[in-house]
Design a protein around this ligand. Structure first.
Ligand code: 5GP
Ligand code: ZN
Length: 114
């Protein structure tokens, strides 16, 4: 339920979290358990469970999310590259059921992931 959803609570300002970026529909903050020198989560303010829960009317929201990723990558100085990941569902390794994009950078990243 959105009332209890961790990322809804962060988006509502109920948990002390430094926001790196806030737009009308999007917020971004650092991952609590970073796996790269830059590890930022970019989320919609509204509760969307995952990429699989997107509706046709979320198209503009997706644009806003990706524009935020690009802006954050510039803010972080990731001029040599970065990775954007949306773990989706159990096979995708999603652990928080509120849509989020990981922005990872600051080191050379391996491929393929595990
Ligand atoms: P997922 O595994 O769903 O793709 O990503 C969830 C991410 O949320 C994980 O990387 C995890 O470290 C991060 N995370 C979980 N709880 C919190 C929290 O309370 N604050 C922040 N900033 N990140 C969190
Ligand atoms: Zn939520």
């Amino acid at each position: 339920m959105p009332e209890n959803c961790l990322f809804c609570r962060i988006a509502r300002g109920e948990l002390p979290t430094e926001l790196l970026l806030e737009t009308e529909h999007v917020v971004a903050f650092r991952d609590i358990n970073p796996v790269a020198p830059t590890h930022i989560l970019v989320i919609p303010k509204k509760h969307v469970p995952s990429l699989a829960g997107l509706e046709p009317e979320d198209q503009a929201l997706m644009g806003e999310l990706m524009a935020a990723v690009k802006e954050l990558a510039e803010q972080e100085g990731l001029s040599s590259g970065y990775r954007v990941v949306a773990n989706t569902g159990s096979d995708g390794g999603q652990s928080v059921n509120h849509l989020h994009f990981h922005l990872l950078g600051g080191r050379s990243l391996q491929w393929p992931p595990g």
